[in-house]
Write a protein that binds this ligand. Structure first.
Ligand SMILES: [Fe+2]
Length: 351
């Protein structure tokens, strides 16, 4: 049964089906998830979310006492949409203020990193366009900065870059693939050097597009065969740009060249299949398509993360199935996949 509660009633083991308010008012970007850590519970309780809806068939309901208090109005913990702070004890109030300040600080840090990322990606792209060496040192510093946010357990940046406008797509797609590759590599428990290589490869994977007319890259509607061919040539162009760059790890060059290969051999430029495709390129293919599907483009609306992931898991001839499962785990999305036939129907109607 779906029940609406106020955020301060959240507790461990509840299954959340929606959080009311703009996503900036709370730190939760998944639409369906179980509260499995006290940190998550605390963050939800002290967020500015307007309300929380829970499914009591899939998790715990509110504690009896609080439910009764809500009903009777005596000693209420707060009605939906009402400022609940008045009824919170002083200790809880200062804790809530600290948590909100912590969330604001996390948001500010992610914002600063996104701004820096935009300018580093601009430099990489213009160097590629002008035939200069791409600035590897700046790119590595950015990768390290994003990785430091993840070290602190802060992942807001991933959702901030996913919610890009169609105009921001070219630049922020590179940042998104970089961040997703980092998260993925960390989940696979790769070494520090491999994690950095994955991030760098994600940041530079589409550098060859700087030699493709932007009107063609953003063209809505169907493309002619020769237009497709020109777009596809971005992988060989990217390889040419990066192969001679000193101090660039080999994985970044491979990813620029091979991120459109498919596991069944139907990709390009070589039609490689299975393990002929290096693992780093198989990982990049997954991150690239996931971000493309979940972003707004000039010709399509963004899909929900769970919807995109479900489609990708079904496309077992495009991607490495085992890695796709690992990727889904890395972005912690299994809890937001459809939980019932009703959900699946809703998802199907939304397409
Ligand atoms: Fe590409």
């Amino acid at each position: 049964m779906i029940q609406r509660i106020s955020p301060d009633q959240a507790r461990l083991g509840m299954f959340v089906t929606s959080v009311g308010g703009s996503w900036l008012s709370h730190p939760f970007w998944r639409s369906r998830f179980k509260l499995t850590s006290q940190r998550e519970v605390d963050r939800l309780r002290t967020s500015s979310a307007e309300f929380v809806e829970i499914d009591t068939d899939l998790g715990f309901g509110p504690v009896e006492k609080e439910a009764t208090q809500l009903k009777s109005g005596r000693g209420r913990v707060g009605r939906i949409g009402e400022n609940v702070e008045r009824s919170l004890p002083r200790k809880a109030l200062s804790f809530a203020a600290n948590m909100n300040a912590e969330f604001r600080a996390e948001h500010a840090r992610a914002n600063r990193t996104v701004a820096r990322a935009k300018s580093v990606v601009s430099e990489i792209f213009s160097a590629a366009r002008l035939g200069k060496d791409v600035p590897v040192a700046q790119a590595l510093a950015l990768v390290a900065e994003i990785n430091r946010l993840f070290d602190r357990g802060e992942h807001l940046l991933i959702e901030m870059v996913r919610m890009k406008t169609a105009d921001e797509y070219t630049h922020l797609h590179s940042v998104a693939v970089c961040a997703l590759m980092l998260k993925f590599a960390r989940h696979l428990e790769m070494t520090e050097a491999e994690i950095r290589e994955c991030g760098l490869a994600g940041l530079m994977h589409d550098v060859g597009k700087m030699h493709i007319p932007s009107a063609l890259l953003h063209k809505p509607g169907a493309l002619k065969d020769d237009e497709f061919e020109l777009i596809r040539s971005h992988v060989t162009k990217g390889h040419s740009i990066l192969k001679g760059v000193a101090s660039l790890p080999a994985g970044a060059v491979e990813v620029a060249h091979l991120h459109h290969e498919r596991i069944d051999g139907s990709g390009y430029p070589f039609g490689l299949s299975g393990e002929q495709i290096p693992q780093i390129a198989r990982m990049a293919a997954i991150c690239d398509v996931y971000d493309a599907l979940t972003s707004n483009r000039s010709y399509k609306k963004a899909w929900l993360p769970a919807q995109a992931m479900q489609e990708m898991l079904a496309l077992n001839n495009h991607f490495d199935g085992e890695l796709t499962q690992k990727f889904a785990e890395s972005i912690d999305i299994f809890n937001s996949l459809p939980q019932s036939d009703q959900d699946s129907e809703r998802l199907a109607k939304a397409r």
